[in-house]
Design a binder for this molecule. Structure first.
Ligand code: ZN
Length: 140
């Protein structure tokens, strides 16, 4: 199968599939191709869009998403740096430390650490919402 973008004299564009590249000419010679919008038979092939073009497009999309990922990662690294600079890392008993900070009205401490799903739910029940931060590796 091959996909063509067809264009009529009235500049309507539409896609159409053909079993092979010769089928378009065959159908056109028999006047079997017409614009789906205005039904004119004056239709020409505009751009051929077979799978080759699609794979190129696919690569483009891949490139774009790679760029996005890179920027995204940069942002996450910035976020990580911000947390590391402004928050105190609590290695053990993070959930309890969170409570300490939360219930101590005078505390202006910012802490970060790891909590299990169970701890998170427990804290949430107490009204303490933790913010999950996607933690990216600095390397690679
Ligand atoms: Zn048309």
């Amino acid at each position: 199968m091959i996909k063509y973008i067809l264009k009529c004299v009235n500049k309507h564009e539409f896609e159409s599939w053909f079993s092979d590249s010769k089928e378009f000419d065959r159908l056109k010679n028999k006047n079997l191709i017409e614009c789906i919008f205005c039904q004119t038979k004056k239709v020409e092939k505009s751009i051929m869009a077979p799978s080759v073009a699609n794979s190129k497009l696919h690569n483009k999309q891949k490139q774009i998403s790679n760029i996005k990922m890179k920027n995204f990662k940069k942002d996450l690294l910035k976020l990580r740096k911000f947390v590391e600079n402004n928050f105190e890392y609590v290695e053990q008993n993070f959930a309890n430390k969170v409570r300490e900070v939360y219930y101590d009205k005078n505390s202006k401490k910012n802490i970060y650490g790891k909590a299990t799903q169970y701890e998170k739910e427990e804290l949430k029940e107490e009204g303490i919402d933790l913010v999950n931060i996607p933690w990216v590796d600095k390397e690679n």
